[in-house]
Design a protein around this ligand. Structure first.
Ligand code: BG6
Length: 498
């Protein structure tokens, strides 16, 4: 890894404390950061270098997955941090920043490679990027990169404007757009699962899979972010970004060794093949929900129509997935916190006249992304001890790691290394907003009913109805089993799809 400086805007903020410093520390402990390295934090508060360093140390005690054990290592880590006060509109502050970057580079012998990490609200992205450009903060002798976080716009038009502005200062290949779901270890494993396993790759298509379910449920509510959330809703907060990224990773076809460009190109193909919605027909495939009590939460507008849950049925119109419904859902205040992808296999051998005892549960490939992690294949075996019926057999393909790195560790490491594989390309962002735009319009114009649901439930009945309309049901919800019955759609589908 090349030596570099991280210039962190928003260094006194919550994300920096909770995620960025602990991630950097864990990379440091594992010897994954180059030596030497320099980190410069920026914020509005009048902090000294010492105050900043002690805040960094405190954040490790509170939030790092590895509690700092060795005081000498912590000391060495914190010593790489410097602080500078910055008012984002004041040119003078950027001049001082440049001097600080250059003097630290000279002092430590760090190459003039600079990674500008904007851990600030999106309304500041353009101003900061322009100042970086105009103030010559990138050096001709090294590389410069820009790391930004969602939200990337709030609709198609604003996303395009933002991108146009940013591209005046940074080239596409210099922009690293973080979607932290792409940093999650099990999401990253999806890429290699197909590539390394021809047997799995052979099954990863419409011939063998009846439906795909992507869930990202949370048990928490809106918490302290009412102001932001009430304007965003689940569709902007989770669906347009995290859920569509999971969809791309689930539907991507990667039979051979790949490069970052190829992965991102293939992801783009998935979005391009999504059957578009029109504002008028959104209600047929999209369910909007709000947990009971949401509108009475502090900071939420009374009578708010904001969605805290969205469930949707998507269709990918390409030769691999045509006819396979993808069900996506995400909600706040759900029964449990769980993010997973389930691929349900067809049952070509099932005959309508089979006796109960001859019926086996459908095979499943289950990718548990969080908080539980792992990839499991659910099969059946004959219960030779019992009455000859089938019993489940689970084969672990990928065990979750106890001390798995956090998403931010993977992402900061990759950005530092210049590997954009798990960052969102502009094409993905633009296509995802384009696909979501009719949903935003339909919600705005109340063309889709808002269904209330009880806090601590699995959402409104209408969300369950989406897969049920096709003869499926959300798997792994902790609800009483629905008796197995012959499902419409998947019977003989193997032959019908040939
Ligand atoms: C964020 C959303 O992007 O993701 C939050 O803004 C949400 O509302 C969070 O809680 C969920 O992330 P994770 O990693 O806990 O699933």
């Amino acid at each position: 890894m090349e030596s570099a400086t991280i210039v962190l805007f928003g260094a006194t903020g919550d994300l920096a404390k909770r995620k960025i410093y602990p991630a950097l520390y864990n990379l440091f402990i594992e010897g994954k950061l180059p030596s030497p390295f320099s980190i410069i934090g920026l914020g509005r508060r009048e902090w000294s270098h010492d105050t900043f360093q002690s805040n960094v140390r405190q954040s490790l005690d509170r939030f790092s997955r590895r509690k700092p054990a060795d005081p000498e290592a912590v000391q060495k880590f914190a010593a790489a941090f410097r602080y500078s006060v910055l008012d984002i509109d004041r040119q003078e502050d950027y001049r001082k920043l440049r001097e600080l970057i250059e003097s630290r580079e000279a002092e430590l012998g760090v190459a003039p490679n600079r990674l500008f990490y904007l851990s600030v609200g999106p309304e500041y992205f353009t101003t900061i990027a322009n100042h970086i450009q105009e103030g010559g903060l990138g050096s001709e002798e090294g590389w410069k990169r820009l790391v930004i976080e969602k939200p990337f716009g709030r609709d198609l038009q604003s996303a395009r404007e933002l991108n146009r502005e940013l591209s005046r200062s940074f080239a596409e290949e210099e922009i690293y757009r973080i979607d932290h779901y792409l940093g999650k270890p099990m999401v990253q494993k999806l890429e290699s699962l197909q590539q390394a396993n021809p047997a799995i790759h052979a099954l990863w298509n419409r011939q063998h899979i009846s439906n795909v379910q992507i869930t990202a449920n949370e048990s928490v509510g809106v918490e302290e972010r009412a102001g932001y959330y009430d304007r965003a809703g689940a569709v902007r907060d989770m669906f347009q970004n995290h859920l569509l990224q999971l969809l791309m990773m689930a539907a991507i076809q990667l039979p051979h060794a790949s490069s970052p460009d190829k992965v991102r190109f293939k992801k783009k193909l998935v979005l391009e093949a999504l059957e578009p919605l029109s504002k008028e027909n959104v209600a047929a495939d999209v369910v909007r929900g709000q947990y009971e009590g949401y509108a009475a939460e502090p900071g939420i507008a009374p009578g708010s129509m904001t969605d805290t849950l969205i469930a949707a049925r998507l269709r990918i119109d390409n030769s691999v997935w045509r006819g396979v419904p993808f069900y996506l859902r995400t909600g706040k205040k759900m029964k449990d916190k769980s993010t997973r992808i389930v691929f349900e296999f067809k049952e070509p051998l099932k005959t309508p006249w089979a006796k109960d005892a001859e019926r086996a549960a459908p095979n499943l490939l289950v990718v548990e992304i969080g908080p539980k992690e792992g990839i499991t294949l659910h099969l059946n075996e004959k219960d030779s001890e019992g009455d000859g019926t089938f019993k489940p057999l689970q084969v672990t393909l990928q065990a979750g790691q106890e001390d798995a790195p956090e998403a931010y560790e993977n992402l900061i490491y990759d950005a530092w290394n210049g590997d954009p594989t798990f960052f969102a390309h502009w094409d993905e962002i633009e296509l995802s907003w384009k696909w979501v735009q009719p949903i935003l319009d339909a919600f705005e114009e109340n063309l889709v009913p808002l269904h209330p649901y009880a806090a601590g439930s699995y959402g409104p009945q209408e969300s369950d109805a989406l897969p049920e309309q096709d003869g499926f049901r959300w798997l792994f919800d902790d609800k009483p089993e629905i008796p197995t019955e012959i499902r419409k759609g998947d019977l003989y589908a193997y032959h019908a799809n040939d």
